[in-house]
Design a protein around this ligand. Structure first.
Ligand SMILES: CC(C)(COP(=O)(O)OP(=O)(O)OC[C@H]1O[C@@H](n2cnc3c(N)ncnc32)[C@H](O)[C@@H]1OP(=O)(O)O)[C@@H](O)C(=O)NCCC(=O)NCCS
Length: 162
């Protein structure tokens, strides 16, 4: 089941989900948690939208996105994560398609994703490229020496600026 409404218990569930992928540092897990806390506290003005994939009471995947401040129609996808046991079964694709649909519905034209360039993220890059994202930029040594930031972008509407 995909649901939009965030609940108090999702804060712990999101942090645990992000942690068990093994992809993120403790600091990054804390940021994922913080965005959920912000959304619960401030609602839509937080600028964070959520979509959760849930089976019974377990959160198996989620996405978090929002409008990029001070832009005409750029949006950021901050997080997209699928439980390691379920990866490569199509759930990430379902979440991403629904995020894109929501962004277009809200008037978004470009969807941006920041990710790391390290080898362990190669499957993640393939996932984005498979879904029509292009590498918009590569910022060398951004996170650490040898650890680049890779920025992906997808044009969601044909009439979006060129
Ligand atoms: C990236 C992620 C969200 C994708 O979700 P998913 O449910 O695994 O993706 P899907 O099953 O919809 O996969 C679709 C395509 O992505 C690519 N892909 C995903 N995982 C892959 C892997 N481990 N190896 C190679 N390709 C992979 C493939 O092209 C795949 O299509 P295919 O199986 O037909 O070849 C998920 O793998 C994940 O949570 N990864 C760890 C966290 C992360 O990197 N998040 C993004 C940064 S915020």
């Amino acid at each position: 089941v995909l649901r939009r409404r965030l609940r108090a218990e999702d804060v712990d569930a999101i942090e645990a989900l992000v942690a068990r992928t093994g992809f993120f540092t403790a600091e990054e897990c804390a940021i994922a948690r913080e965005l959920a806390v912000e959304r619960l506290a401030r609602g839509p003005v937080s600028g964070y939208e959520f979509l959760l994939a849930q089976e019974e009471e377990t959160v198996l995947g989620y996405a978090c996105w929002g409008p990029a401040p001070q832009t005409v129609d750029s949006w950021d996808l901050y997080w997209i994560v699928v439980d390691p046991r379920l990866q490569r079964s199509g759930l990430g694709s379902r979440l991403l398609a629904e995020v894109e649909r929501r962004v277009v519905e809200a008037g978004g034209g470009l969807l941006w994703i920041e990710t790391a360039g390290r080898e362990m993220y190669a499957p993640t890059h393939r996932f984005y490229e498979r879904h029509g994202f292009e590498q918009g930029a590569r910022l060398r040594d951004f996170y650490a020496p040898g650890d680049d930031k890779v920025v992906y972008v997808k044009r969601l509407r044909a009439e979006a600026r060129t």
